[in-house]
Design a binder for this molecule. Structure first.
Ligand SMILES: [Zn+2]
Length: 554
């Protein structure tokens, strides 16, 4: 064993329920050797050379935060385009200001089109948010901005791309084109929408050389690694592996960033099933096995990802009766729902963990039905089938999820950032108020994690802000408590960004708590989340992170 390094702290919260606190942690060879006090760890210190490193003496140490659902490479890529989103957004060139409404977005696009040096080249923009910026864009609206310069606008949550007529011509579609997710006006004309991955991929083909310029992936990974580290994250998972250029290319971007020391995280690559089937067909399980063999403790493959409805912020999720307030914009994933079980079965039989995206309550019903059918066909224990997002649900679904042995990975930021908006737009007051029913999951005994999905939804990547949302459920007005019975305790919220997030990624044997033998991943805070006013959780400063025993530098 290497020499020990001991980090004393004002307080350590281990998230090991049996030994919850300490005042010093000893690490060696990237792992935790002991946690407790300098006195309690003397049997180790007497036997091994050690340094006492006092840099965190006045700080609070928790296990490294885990955000179990992000898209760092993809989101870092969109950050390079013209920004038209509603909230202030980090970017390579500094903070970019949000645009409040659709009129200001159209103005911005008008000036971008006017300034376009080569009018045959499309204007590319990212960040539009139909819910908070006054509704969707469409072809006629964009033609009114320019009917000569192609306009290509991807929504903040990039489930929809909006195009004008010159862009439709570049993509090569017309009113006779048939394809899933290609939108139309009531009279049958194309409306310029490309909804969800299959159609979006088609709309992206003519602009791919710009969006995906040389070296874009590595730059995106570096950019977003820094954003995540600053928020206290030490482990994440990419849940759309295979969509952004190819499995090998995406893997290589992370591998090179880790090798060069510019990516301060562990990351699990979770393949998107549609892309895996298209790329590897009958060899898909062999391919995953080969990547598992290649993986290590910094970069590894895990699970399989399905998408079965649209997004919460773009109001494309699938709801039960009475449905949407106005027009139904619900959208299912690229796999027809009656084929979902057959598509999941090969992975289920192979013992691979399924992560299945379901935002709306109808989609959650379908997903629970699918899990029940998988269990009927091929019973499994400890399968950790995880419903991703779990936005609009009811208490009965929480109990059924528990009964089926499933887990939930929840985007709880929506309670604060979106729920009040969607009482009036899309979902109606009852479902909006009860977005992210963590209290029901808690009472049902379901293990759950909190995630950001950054930045494919209009929220920050900040685990302490997620915990704050979960504990307080304060709406966007800054005062209304939404569905108070769905609040959870500070302790449960902190578990959901550490040990329970590790459980959801099937890594709680080595990550998520400060326990002997686990990886020495720590998040160092300025204040104690168990001691501050819970209404101030999100204001706690992240001082540093430690990855495998090494301080990453604040
Ligand atoms: Zn996602």
């Amino acid at each position: 064993m290497d020499d020990l390094t001991v980090y004393p702290a004002a307080r350590i919260h281990t998230m090991d329920q049996g030994r919850p606190t300490g005042q010093a942690v000893a690490v060696a060879d990237g792992r935790i050797v002991s946690v407790g006090t300098i006195e309690s760890m003397q049997p180790w210190l007497r036997r091994h050379p050690h340094d006492i490193d006092d840099r965190y003496r006045d700080k609070i140490i928790l296990p490294g935060f885990i955000d179990p659902h992000t898209h760092l490479r993809l989101s870092g890529t969109y950050m390079a385009l013209n920004y038209v989103g509603p909230i202030d957004s980090a970017s390579p060139t500094g903070l970019r200001r949000g645009l409040p409404d659709r009129a200001s977005v159209l103005n911005q696009l008008r000036s971008l089109a006017a300034e376009q040096p080569d009018p045959s080249e499309p204007v590319l923009a990212w960040g539009y948010d139909p819910a908070s910026q006054d509704g969707h864009l469409d072809r006629d609206m964009l033609d009114a901005i320019s009917d000569t310069v192609p306009l290509w606008v991807v929504a903040y949550a990039p489930h929809i791309i909006y195009c004008n007529s010159p862009m439709l011509a570049m993509i090569g579609v017309d009113d006779d084109t048939v394809g899933h997710g290609i939108g139309r006006y009531p009279d049958g004309r194309l409306n310029g929408w490309f909804v969800e991955s299959e159609a979006a991929a088609r709309a992206t083909r003519p602009v791919a050389a710009t969006v995906y310029a040389s070296g874009f992936g590595r730059a995106a990974v570096d950019r977003m690694g820094a954003v995540a580290k600053a928020a206290g994250v030490t482990t994440t998972a990419d849940l759309i592996w295979g969509i952004g250029g190819g499995f090998e290319e995406e893997w290589a971007d992370h591998a090179s960033a880790i090798a060069d020391g510019t990516f301060p995280l562990r990351i699990l690559m979770i393949p998107f099933e549609g892309a895996l089937v298209r790329s590897y067909g009958a060899d898909m399980l062999d391919y995953l096995a080969s990547k598992r063999a290649e993986g290590d403790d910094r970069l590894d493959t895990h699970g399989i990802k399905y998408v079965n409805d649209g997004s919460y912020p773009s109001m494309t999720l699938v709801m039960n009766e009475p449905g949407y307030l106005d027009d139904d914009t619900a959208h299912t994933g690229e796999i027809p729902w009656d084929e979902v079980v057959e598509r999941m079965l090969p992975f289920w039989r192979a013992g691979i963990q399924i992560h299945s995206h379901a935002n709306g309550d109808r989609t959650i019903d379908m997903t629970l039905d699918a899990l029940a059918e998988l269990q009927r066909r091929h019973p499994r224990f400890d399968h950790r089938f995880t419903i991703e997002h779990y936005c609009l649900s009811n208490p009965a679904q929480a109990k059924r999820l528990a009964a089926l042995g499933g887990l939930a990975s929840v985007n709880i930021y929506f309670v604060h950032y979106r729920a009040q908006l969607h009482a009036e737009h899309g979902f109606g007051p009852d479902r909006s108020e009860a977005t992210g029913r963590l209290g029901s999951l808690d009472r049902a005994g379901v293990t759950f994690a909190l995630h950001s999905d950054y930045n494919l939804v209009v929220t920050p990547l900040a685990p302490l802000t997620a915990a704050w949302c979960a504990v307080n459920r304060i709406g966007a007005d800054g005062e209304t408590v939404l569905a108070p019975g769905e609040r959870i305790s500070v302790d449960r919220a902190l578990q959901a960004i550490t040990i329970d997030a590790a459980h959801v990624l099937n890594r709680d044997d080595r990550l998520g708590s400060i326990e002997v033998g686990k990886y020495a991943d720590l998040t160092v805070l300025d204040d104690d989340p168990y001691a501050v006013d819970p209404a101030e959780l999100h204001r706690i400063g992240v001082h540093d992170t430690v990855l495998g025993g090494r301080p990453q530098g604040s």
